[in-house]
Design a protein around this ligand. Sequence first.
Ligand SMILES: [Zn+2]
Length: 324
Amino acid sequence: MATKAFSIKLFNVTLSCDRENLPDSVWLEIMLKVTPLELLVLQKLSRKFRRILTDNSRCWAQARNNMNPPVPPPPQVDAAGVWSESAYTQLIFGGGECIVKSCKRWTTRFPCSYALRMRVCSPKCEAILHRHYNKDERKINNGYLTSCAIPGKRGLRQMGQTQRLHFRSWLPYDERDMTKYPMHRVSSIATADQEWFSARAITEKRSARPPVAVIRTVAELQQQYRLRTEALPRIMQNAKALQQWTAAFSEAQKSVDLMNVAFFKEFVSPREQIPYRKLLKTRSVSNAMESFGRSLSTFDMRDWCGIRANAVREYRALRWTISD
Ligand SMILES: [Zn+2]
């Protein structure tokens, strides 16, 4: 059987090893030193790593603290749902689909709202998400977001939507305070409605009911509502802390990017006799720049040697296509 060759970059040193032969304790030491993003990658890599991570959940907290600035801790929530450290890390660093239905492109950007758990891939998609946002009246109403479907408002009461009162106390809203009324996600309101109608159908022993993720009676659902209501302030506080963290992190990322560009300009470009702007355009370098930016690491000569062969080849290919 072929040995599984495996290399990991740590402290700017690349270790090449047979991962099956390294004892768990060594892997644990490594896992306590990496960033949350690297931990997510390790988790997906093998069953062995998943087991080590499940047995040592402190790795996630340590990884959060390995970031500079450290990532705020997840909210303590007693209500049902996935609130584990790994799910929390996945939400922040794992990337996801763009929320815009006609786009759905995978993006590694941070969520634009952590409480509503949505992210967009580009400024263009962000504009679609914020369509019909009225700055003066401070409200929004489109296919994704609404601050108008608030029960108790006259128009909606006429439309017979007062039953929607059931979600008012616990449904997370956008933490960015863009609107006067809480800004909800339209799809979460629909899910909340279905949950409520399904619970009523079950309690009243009706066979027709909307599909839901977890089947509950009205009493069980109301118990969940109580737990969610308790958790809401903590969820909102955490979402706001994450917004501040994202802003600080983006600042740090910008300065790391500048340092890395300067490294290419001052060290790599004169040595290779290639204009640095052209180098930055090659796929190897731009991919490396992106991943270095995400982990806030700076380039050095050793990193450059690792990607040099590919980058120079790509640069030559690029030059030929331009001169043709
Ligand atoms: Zn998009």
